[in-house]
Design a protein around this ligand. Structure first.
Ligand SMILES: [Zn+2]
Length: 117
């Protein structure tokens, strides 16, 4: 991903509007590119600071660590999504195999042993 493109995605990152593919590429880029990380950090801090001012709850936050936590949470979410996709693909593959085996069995091509209960 080019720096210019990564930096153009910062507003969508901050408002959680990146697709999973965009989010993964974006995170990979900002973790490896100090210039884009700094840019993201600036916007992130500004965004969070404005939110906290709106809330006026008087709590102090370590804003820089919030970005690290935010990136970590989004990476975790992406990993969870990938695990679910892998399980779904495995489930579909097994379903297709079971259907194929049933068809071959019904057509008499394969003969599966039946075990009476
Ligand atoms: Zn960059």
């Amino acid at each position: 991903m080019e720096c210019k493109h990564a930096q153009s995605l910062i507003p969508q990152y901050l408002t959680d509007r990146l697709s999973p593919g965009e989010l993964e590429a974006f995170i990979r880029h900002v973790e490896e590119c100090p210039e884009c990380y700094d840019e993201l950090e600036t916007y992130f801090l500004l965004n969070r600071a404005l939110k906290f001012l709106d809330e006026e709850n008087g709590t102090s936050y370590n804003l820089k660590s919030l970005l690290v936590k935010d990136l970590k949470a989004k990476k975790h979410r992406l990993a969870r999504r990938k695990r679910r996709q892998k399980i779904w693909v495995a489930f579909c593959a097994l379903s297709i195999l079971a259907l194929l085996a049933a068809c071959l069995d019904a057509a008499g091509v394969l003969k599966f042993p039946y075990f009476p209960l």
